[in-house]
Ligand binder design. Structure first.
Ligand code: FPP
Length: 229
């Protein structure tokens, strides 16, 4: 049987806090280790023959509810991460993009995001997307409002797909780590027919070896999209 092709992968990176607490460390240490895993997964995806995009849920519209110090730490970590990983993007021909309401971040961080996007714009092996201050419902609402502003009185599914922030309209595989089995307002439109994979592994313990096993599992699945096999 031919393999099912994986083009668009999405990941909910969960379990950083628990990973740190299990080791008697501050939750922020879990986020730091989690950022390292993003790099490894990105390199794996860039080398994979069929993966075109990987979209990581790095900060949701609901994550502002966390303690101020944790939010501040995440913002600083993101700035450091983008600065540090620019070489990784360039060396692996990876294009970086951000989705979500970036306007809510500091000017410094917004600038860092724009600089990274511009520097990697022409890289073609993988598009690596960070969902930042992102919420699926907010994204769909913004897409519909954009279409109304453009003068549309009635919209089609294709109109909404093309007004979304993501360069694709369908995710093929969604992975969530840490044993939680929920979607948490992530890419709601794009996951309509996604295959789902939940692993007990906490994000900072996630490895490219496990990812490779999950991808192999996906490639053996039969996707019917509501039809018959
Ligand atoms: C969930 O762990 C993870 C997040 C809040 C977002 C993911 C963030 C990172 C991987 C770190 C930094 C990212 C970048 C791009 C530098 P949690 O805190 O909810 O874990 P818990 O459920 O065990 O408390």
């Amino acid at each position: 049987m031919p393999k099912t092709t994986l083009k668009n992968l999405a990941i909910i990176m969960d379990g950083n806090g628990r990973w740190a607490q299990q080791r008697g460390l501050n939750r922020t240490k879990g986020h730091e280790q989690g950022a390292e895993i993003i790099r490894d997964v990105t390199v794996y995806c860039a080398k994979h023959p069929s993966i075109e995009t990987v979209t990581f849920y790095a900060f949701s519209t609901e994550n502002w509810k966390r303690p101020k110090l944790e939010v501040e730490f995440l913002m600083k970590l993101l700035d450091r991460y983008l600065q540090k990983e620019l070489d990784t993007y360039q060396n692996n021909n990876v294009c970086f993009e951000a989705i979500g309401n970036i306007g809510a971040f500091s000017d410094k961080l917004q600038k860092r995001i724009k600089i990274t996007e511009e520097a990697t714009r022409n890289n073609t092996d993988l598009t690596h997307i960070l969902a930042l201050n992102y919420g699926g419902r907010a994204e769909i609402t913004a897409a519909v409002n954009k279409l109304i502003t453009e003068g549309k009185k009635e919209v089609t599914e294709a109109d909404i797909s093309s007004a979304l922030q993501t360069p694709y309209s369908d995710i093929d595989l969604l992975i969530r780590t840490s044993g939680e089995e929920r979607i948490s307002n992530y890419l709601l439109w794009q996951i309509s027919y996604a295959e789902l994979y939940f692993t007990e592994t906490l994000w900072p313990d996630f490895t490219t070896q496990e990812l490779d096993e999950i991808v192999t599992d996906f490639e053996q699945r039969t996707r019917r999209f509501g039809g018959l096999a």
